[in-house]
Design a protein around this ligand. Structure first.
Ligand SMILES: NC(=O)c1ccc[n+]([C@@H]2O[C@H](COP(=O)([O-])OP(=O)(O)OC[C@H]3O[C@@H](n4cnc5c(N)ncnc54)[C@H](OP(=O)(O)O)[C@@H]3O)[C@@H](O)[C@H]2O)c1
Length: 199
C-alpha cells in the first residue's frame, strides 16, 4: 500500500532523523512507475545528513528507479560541497528555506518552497518528530488526510512516539480527532484513514 500511496503523490517527505536512521529509498516500487516517480524530500535544517553515493536514494536515482532528493536546509547553514555534488549529479540538490538559520523550518515555508517548484501533493512519511510537529494545532491545517497502519506489534519503551504536544494548560481532552473515518483490515494489519477536523 505504501508504494501505491507514493505513486499518488508528487513528493515523499521525511525528516533527517529518518534519513540517518533508515537510509530510505523513498521511491515507488510499482511496476510502470518509472516515469512518474515522486520527489524524495528530506527536511534537514542543519544539513547534517551525510548523503553519499552509496546512500540508497542516490543509488536508486542513478539507476533510474527514483528521483534525486531535495534536501531542505535553513538559510545561512553551510552545506558540504561533496554532498551537494552527490545530490546534483542525480538531479537533486539543497533547497534553502526560511529567513533565519536559527529559527528552524516552518511548514508553511517548506510547502510554499515545494509548491513553487511544481509539487502539488506531499506524502509525509515520518518520522516521529516530523509527524508530531505536523499534527500539532499550529500545522494541522496543512494536512488533507491521514493514513495510519496499525500492526499487531509493540515497539516498547524508547520507540518512536507519535503524539503531538498538548498546549500549555490544556486539559485531558483529545489533541486531535479525525472525521470521515474508515478502518480497512489488510492481512494482519488495519489501515485507518480519515481527515483532520478543520482541514
Ligand atoms: N513506522 C514508520 O512508518 C516510520 C516511518 C518513518 C520513520 N520511522 C522511524 O522514525 C525514526 C526517526 O524519527 P525521528 O523522530 O527521530 O526523526 P524525524 O522525524 O525523521 O526527523 C526529525 C528531524 O527533522 C528535522 N526537522 C526539520 N523540520 C522539522 C519540523 N518541522 N519538525 C520536526 N523536525 C523537523 C529536525 O532536524 P534537526 O534535529 O537537525 O533540527 C528533527 O530533529 C526512525 O527510527 C525511523 O525508522 C518510522
Amino acid at each position: 500500500m505504501t508504494h501505491y500511496l507514493r505513486s499518488q503523490h508528487d513528493a515523499i517527505l521525511v525528516g533527517v532523523g529518518t534519513a540517518v536512521a533508515d537510509d530510505p529509498g523513498l521511491n515507488c516500487r510499482i511496476a510502470g512507475a518509472e516515469e512518474s516517480q515522486p520527489r524524495p524530500v528530506i527536511l534537514d535544517p542543519k544539513a547534517r545528513w551525510e548523503v553519499e553515493e552509496a546512500s540508497k536514494v542516490i543509488r536508486l536515482a542513478k539507476a533510474g528507479k527514483g528521483k534525486g532528493p531535495w534536501v531542505v536546509v535553513c538559510r545561512g547553514v553551510e552545506v558540504d560541497e561533496g554532498r551537494k555534488r552527490v545530490l546534483e549529479a542525480v538531479g537533486g540538490g539543497y533547497l534553502v528555506c526560511g529567513e533565519d538559520g536559527l529559527k528552524g523550518l516552518e511548514w508553511e515555508a517548506v510547502l510554499h518552497l515545494l509548491g513553487r517548484r511544481g509539487i502539488k501533493s506531499v506524502m509525509v512519511e515520518g518520522g516521529g518528530k516530523v509527524i508530531n510537529s505536523l499534527l500539532g494545532r499550529e500545522n494541522i491545517g496543512f494536512v488533507n488526510s491521514l493514513i495510519v497502519t496499525i500492526a499487531p506489534t509493540w515497539l516498547g519503551q524508547g520507540g518512536v512516539v507519535v503524539s503531538p504536544d498538548r498546549e500549555e494548560g490544556e486539559e485531558q481532552s483529545a489533541v486531535g480527532r479525525l472525521r470521515g473515518v474508515r478502518w480497512c483490515p489488510l492481512g494482519e494489519d488495519v489501515v485507518l484513514c480519515g481527515f483532520p477536523r478543520g482541514s
